[in-house]
Structures are given as structure tokens and as C-alpha cells.
Design a binder for this molecule. Sequence first.
Ligand code: PBG
Length: 322
Amino acid sequence: MLRRPRRNRKSQVIRNMVEETRLSVNDFIFPMFLIDGINQKIEVASMPGIFRYSLDLMLEEMAACIDLGIMGFDIFPAYPESKKDKYATESHNPDTFYLKAIHKIKSTFPEIVLMTDVAMDPYSSDGHDGLVENGKILNDETLEILAKMALAQARAGADILGPSDMMDGRVGFIRSMLDDHGFTNVSIMSYTAKYASAFYGPFRDALDSAPKMGDKKTYQMDPANYNEALIEADLDTEEGADFLMVKPALAYLDVIRLLKDNSNLPIAAYNVSGEYSMIKAAAQKGWIDGERAMLESLLSIKRAGANVILSYFAKEYASFVK
Ligand code: PBG
């Protein structure tokens, strides 16, 4: 045998030398859940180790993450039913706790990259990402609401907006709204290939944001589809997106690679709630080594081509490397 691949695996030092993919804390954005009030920290039942925080405790938690080197955060608000309506009106109320919190977080930690979520679901009495009429999700009417929400988030100080709604044309619509109001420096990380996935279940528990009727299949992508992700990627690129995201990550590693090979934009991947919970649940039962499973799955996302990883494991990963 002339070729013996095992020679390059014979010691840890050699393995380190030939290692092709390396994770870093710089790769991560940590998604966090915000609730109104003070001194609140409530664990999400289906996501062990992940909490809904009131702003005061969220600031403390962010300071701890920053100490560990995490510099990117994505904040999702959880609203009580009483604040929700058909039009997601609360989403662009300048006095709403989410927007005030964004402002406070950015003034407390100006050096971080703060991402906000653009979609109607946390504020919608229908629990959908778009405006519902007669059981249908209206696309173009939703764009107007999303653009108002996006502008309000930019005014509050967000660095990156994440349209997670999957309406057609929303990246361009939001981009022109931002530019018309002088927010040319606010970035858009588009949820480009966001699939209608079972893996969002724990997130919907965290935000009480499950759809009241129907499902999200008329706007989120069919898990069977691959080429269609390129259509979405081309549109988002033309419409001015700064990052293209694939979501979920682990069941869609092929799609991450597809976008990486077909775009010069940075590719983000969202390692979603269900992907986190599966590892946690199996580890709690002692069925797998949770730490190794975390590292292996994060590594696979990067190896597939992601430049940015949104993951509930971000802090745990950062603590592990420290
Ligand atoms: C909705 C939104 C969802 C997630 C992020 N934004 C859920 C959904 O589409 O129903 C899921 C994130 C996760 O599961 O971690 N705009």
C-alpha cells in the first residue's frame, strides 16, 4: 500500500495540523428570548438551559456571553396574548418593550452586533408570519407591516435585521424603506431558504407563537426542495440582502453547501430550537455525550459552508473553548 491515510491521524498534533474545519466563537450569533418586566428568568421547558429573560437579567447574561467572546446576538420577544392583534400593531409601537430593549442593549454594549427579527408571528393574534384573511396569508399587504416593523427596529438601533417571514419581495421592500429613511448602514440577513420544519416546535413554545390555524406551508419552503433554494437566493441577492441564511441547519446541510457554492455572499445557518432540544434530551437521558454531539453538529454546519452560525449552543460552546 502506497497510500495510508491513517498516517495523517497518528497523533493529536498531526490531526491538528491536517484539520480542515475549525470553529471559533467569532462564528456565532446567540439567539435569546426577551419578556417584559423585571427580574424574570424562566426556563423554556422544551429547551433545557435556555431562558426567557426580562431586560435587566438579559443584560447580565449578555455581559457574561461577551466575557466569553460571543459578540453577536439575535433577540426574539415573547408577547402576551393581550398585546397581539391581526395586524401585529405592537411590532412598530415605538414604546413597546422590545424596541426599548434593543435601544438599551445597544447603548449598554455598543460593540456587539445586534440582530432583530422581522416577522409578524410574535405579535399576531393568528400566530402567522403574515397577515391572514379568510384563511389566506396575504403577501403584499404583509410587506407594508414588515417594512414598518423593520424601520422601527432600525430606529431602535439594530445592526442586522432578520426577515424570517418568507413573504415574496420582502428583502427589497425593507431595503428601500431603510434607505429612504437614511438607514443605509443597517444590514439584512435574509432567511433565504427557510423550510416548513418540525424542528421549530420548542421555539414556538418559547414565544407562544404557534399558528392558531393551518400551517406555514404556503410561505415556508417544502423540505423536499433543493433547486428552489437557488431561486430564493437569486432574489434575495438582487433585492440587496447582505447575508443569505439556511434554516434549519442540520437537516439542510446540502442546502448550506449549495448556497455557499453558488453565492459570494456570506452564508448563515440557523441551528434551530428542535435541533438543540434533541441533543439536550438525549444527553439528559444519558443516551449520547451531549458535549461531543454539540461540537460535532456545530462543526458539520461550518464544514457544510456556513460562515455564521445562529445557535442556542453559542454560550455553551464559548464556555467549552474557554
Ligand atoms: C418565525 C420564526 C421561527 C423561528 C425563528 N423565527 C419559527 C417559525 O417560523 O415558526 C424558529 C427558530 C427556532 O426554531 O429556533 N418568524
